[in-house]
Design a protein around this ligand. Structure first.
Ligand code: SF4
Length: 192
């Protein structure tokens, strides 16, 4: 995949979709918070000379939306990655990965079905996030095969970063809307 990470993974804290980044940035502005939401994964398209941004991250060690009582100041706008905590990944075939959390002790001994019953809505959020990732990956492959997107190849990373930083940027969802590509209902529900 010609998608590149714009910052080292150790620097990336909370990853989010483009529509979530917009929502959280708006909330941060309302609350006077410096959220520092920046593009995380992107590709450079030679057909349009634009950087297509696939996902964003928050450039903070600890989330600036957390208040002094450890509550979220952006609860209604929080991204899927927060909604699905402590479930890390869900795939169709494998058991979900559950992160360490004091609320649940023996997730590693639970079956996929037990995890889904235990976490209920959280499990659904994790599933939704994973199906969006899968959809985005498949769509990019399709766009590459059809030459709708023509990524830069064999370009030194630092030069590519500079070129991307200086280029016009478009969010993947905006690109999809502009190209009138059918989107799954999960994205439509989430992005509107
Ligand atoms: S739930 Fe809220 S406070 Fe916690 S990481 Fe997500 S946005 Fe930040």
């Amino acid at each position: 995949m010609p998608i590149i990470q714009l910052v080292p993974v150790e620097q990336m804290s909370l990853s989010m979709w483009d529509w979530e980044a917009k929502r959280l940035s708006k909330k941060a502005k309302e609350l006077g918070i410096n959220a520092d939401i920046k593009p995380f994964r992107a590709l450079y398209d030679l057909n349009t000379n634009k950087t297509i941004v696939m996902s964003y991250y928050m450039d903070h060690d600890s989330c600036p939306f957390l208040d002094e009582k450890n509550l979220c100041k952006a609860y209604n706008e929080r991204p899927l990655i927060c909604k699905q905590f402590p479930i890390q990944t869900v795939s169709l075939e494998e058991k979900p990965t559950v992160m360490k959390c004091p609320a649940i002790k023996d997730a590693e001994n639970m079956t996929k079905e037990e995890i889904s019953n235990y976490f209920k809505e959280i499990f659904d959020f994790a599933q939704k996030n994973d199906s969006l990732i899968e959809w985005q990956n498949k769509k990019i492959i399709e766009l590459l095969k059809n030459k709708k997107i023509r990524p830069i190849k064999d370009y030194p990373y630092n030069f590519l970063l500079k070129r991307m930083n200086n280029s016009e940027k478009i969010d993947f969802t905006e690109y999809i809307f502009e190209e009138k590509i059918t989107i799954p209902k999960e994205i439509e529900e989430e992005a509107n």
